[in-house]
Design a protein around this ligand. Structure first.
Ligand SMILES: C[S@@+](CC[C@H](N)C(=O)[O-])C[C@H]1O[C@@H](n2cnc3c(N)ncnc32)[C@H](O)[C@@H]1O
Length: 324
């Protein structure tokens, strides 16, 4: 029987599932920015939202990964509260379960394997829905936002963190600043970005792996992802690394190269959640992928975001559903 090519949305979902199932090993070491910088931000927003939500609270975390948000929720949930951790990847959910086990979580914990744009939960059952670094993986963020709206109680909160903005790429000053600082601050990332933009990454990623064990590991991961997709008949030939990256981070403006037009903003979140009040929306990381180390750089990054508050490369948005 001839195999039909799946719709891109299906391919994006399946690719994300396979990739994150395989990425479970070492995920936390690969994403130290999420772990370091987002902790105080999440604490601030959870404190604000939870102060308004009466106990017993029902909380849904979507795309829980290794449990970053559930671990932040630990201090806000008590016996009688419910926390549902959900993910497309059962591998990630298993790590999340292990990480939460023994973390001193008092509430009722439920792990939920998702399969796409729907949330298998009753209407108006949740007080708070959280997502950290998830929206940019979705083929259709609006499908999920409709589902979040369905399961959220009137007056409920949605917290969306660590998503790429569409504004950074449009700010010529910040983009020039990034390219001028990058070779000094992170020569390796600079080299990677240049090779990527010249279209040489596919040809060089195997030879370069001899000098970079993490690239060798990434190559093995890409090979396994391609093998699975080929075996399932979802692709006809091996996908290059940049294309995998572009599909995996389907809404990211720089996944596997420059992809103008992608990314999030206050306006996009307002469109995704019509009628919701935006309690707060802040952009950050004006130095983009440069992780500021040392006092002067931290001070410079803080000055930049004060000067361009709408144009950081990442966004965190807190929204509230109308009604009581
Ligand atoms: C970058 S990780 C973030 C994980 C975690 N929230 C954190 O902050 O560390 C993205 C997570 O979203 C999950 N994911 C990707 N697409 C998804 C989808 N359509 N529905 C639910 N989860 C998804 C992935 O499996 C992965 O665990």
């Amino acid at each position: 029987m001839p195999r039909t090519r799946p719709a891109p949305a299906e391919l994006i979902l399946r690719l994300n599932e396979i990739f994150h199932d395989l990425e479970t090993d070492g995920y936390d070491e690969k994403h130290p920015d999420i772990l370091e910088d987002e902790i105080p931000r999440w604490h601030r927003f959870l404190t604000r939202a939870c102060a308004e939500i009466p106990a017993p609270r029902q909380v849904l975390d979507i795309g829980s990964g290794t449990g970053f948000v559930p671990l932040r929720l630990r201090e806000f949930l008590r016996t009688g509260d419910g926390l549902t951790c959900s993910d497309l990847s059962s591998g990630m959910l298993e790590i999340c379960r292990v990480n939460l086990h023994g973390a001193g979580l008092d509430c009722d914990l439920r792990l939920l394997k998702l399969s796409g744009g729907t949330l298998p939960l009753p209407d108006k059952s949740q007080h708070l829905v959280t997502l950290n670094a998830v929206m940019h993986h979705l083929p259709e963020p609006r499908d999920l936002s409709r589902e979040i709206d369905r399961v959220l109680k009137p007056g409920g909160w949605v917290l969306i963190g660590h998503e790429p903005t569409n504004a950074f790429a449009r700010n010529a000053f910040l983009v020039c600043n990034y390219w001028l600082l990058l070779p000094i601050a992170d020569p390796r990332q600079f080299l990677y970005e240049i090779i990527l933009r010249l279209g040489w990454f596919e040809a060089l990623r195997r030879p370069l792996a001899h000098f970079a064990p993490d690239l060798a590991r990434h190559n093995r991961l890409l090979q396994k992802v391609n093998d699975r997709l080929l075996a399932e008949g979802r692709i006809e030939k091996t996908l290059p690394a940049a294309e995998i990256s572009g599909l995996l981070d389907a809404q990211s403006p720089d996944a596997g190269g420059s992809r103008p037009g992608r990314g999030f903003s206050r306006e996009i979140f307002a469109e995704c959640f019509p009628g919701y009040r935006i309690e707060s929306c802040e952009t950050y990381n004006a130095l983009h992928k440069i992780h500021p180390r040392g006092n002067w750089m931290k001070r410079y990054a803080a000055w930049l975001i004060k000067r361009f508050p709408e144009s950081g490369s990442q966004i965190f948005c807190a929204l509230r559903k109308p009604g009581k």
